[in-house]
Design a binder for this molecule. Structure first.
Ligand SMILES: *[C@@H]1O[C@H](CO)[C@@H](O)[C@H](O)[C@H]1NC(C)=O
Length: 337
């Protein structure tokens, strides 16, 4: 009976030693990782079987036949070198005691299983961190009165996804450079934000302006900032034919501001793109926007499209934050006289 019990205990220990090889991410060993013990043979001048730290980078120690020499060393390093929290040091002492009563590989397995269980979280005693509640991004989007027409049905979002990129610097900017578009035109971006998490907010808003307007034929024409349409002609025999066209504003500027309640911080940023050689003008759009202000259906639609990504954006702000419906104001960069 006791023999069966011993065997099953060993089987359990063997299983947990597998888990012991992959310490869980929520464990805190200070500056160090993986404080487990390897069971080794004929190493570092030691004859026969013994123990040594599995992670020699953080726990440099030769092999020893005595597991206590290794566990004492690991626990002391956790405290003095790794600066691990007290809870992890206590866990190490408990793991040492468990290992001391066992022999051979089972001793290392027991230590590893114990040290890789989750220590009591010190944050449970810490005062609760303020969680931002509802975060409302405010956007001001300005379009140029100049427009660019490209032959064919092209997707502006493809161009923006391809070339509107974070340059990785701090403060954040977007990658500079001009990118060849059809008809020999060039597309370039400029943007900035003190916190780089603002960049996805701007990119999502730019793409939302495309999604909200490009294919919606029931929307007022002067609100379709991006537009797929057909240019109708008659051939020499008077037969009608049409050519697909995609219209972009030659330039769009987006400013965003986000107040983060309970945390007392605010983010802001701005981005702008420009396409060279505009061919037509959107004066109708500009005079419409100057009178309609914030009440345009395009503005409402853009806010709705931004809101479809609210889970992604809220995670950028803070864990537990929720994103409210964006406030979108539209206008033109310059007015027509
Ligand atoms: C198209 O625009 C109209 C008018 O602004 C709006 O009511 C409708 O929801 C839009 N349709 C789509 C599919 O976005």
């Amino acid at each position: 009976m006791s023999r069966i019990a011993t065997l099953s205990t060993l089987a359990l220990l063997a299983q947990s030693s597998i888990a012991g090889l992959i310490p869980r991410a929520d464990q805190n060993f200070g500056k160090c990782t993986n404080p487990t013990i390897a069971y080794v043979e004929d190493q570092d001048g030691m004859a026969g079987f013994g123990y040594k730290p599995a992670n020699l980078k953080d726990f440099p120690h030769g092999a020893s036949a005595d597991i206590v020499a290794i566990t004492d060393y690991i626990c002391s390093n956790l405290q003095n070198v790794c600066r691990a929290p007290a809870a992890s040091y206590e866990l190490c002492k408990t793991a040492s005691t468990t290992a001391k009563g066992l022999k051979e590989k089972a001793a290392a397995d027991a230590f590893n299983a114990a040290i890789t269980t989750t220590p009591p979280s010190p944050s449970s005693a810490a005062p609760p961190v303020a969680t931002p509640s509802l975060v409302t991004p405010k956007y001001s989007i300005h379009f140029s009165k100049e427009q660019v027409n490209f032959p064919g049905t092209i997707d502006p979002k493809w161009w923006f996804d391809q070339y509107f990129l974070d340059d990785g610097g701090d403060p954040a900017r977007c990658k500079s450079g001009s990118h060849k578009m059809p008809e020999g035109r060039l597309l370039s971006f400029s943007c900035s934000g003190a916190d780089r998490r603002i960049i996805p907010f701007m990119k999502i808003a730019l793409n939302a302006a495309v999604t909200a307007t490009i294919d919606n034929t029931t929307m007022k024409d002067e609100e379709r900032f991006f537009k797929h349409w057909n240019n109708d002609f008659k051939d020499d025999e008077g037969e009608p034919f049409s050519v697909a066209v995609t219209t972009f504003p030659a330039s769009v500027e987006i400013d965003v501001a986000i107040d983060i309640p309970n945390v007392g911080s605010a983010w802001s940023g701005s981005m702008k793109y420009s396409i060279t050689e505009p061919t037509s003008n959107g004066c109708k759009m500009c005079s419409y926007l100057s009178t309609a202000g914030t009440t345009t259906s395009a503005g409402v639609k853009i806010a709705e499209v931004i809101s479809e990504t609210k889970d992604v954006l809220a995670k950028l702000v803070a864990p537990g934050a929720a994103l409210g419906m964006a406030i979108v104001t539209l206008g033109c960069l310059t007015n027509c006289s």
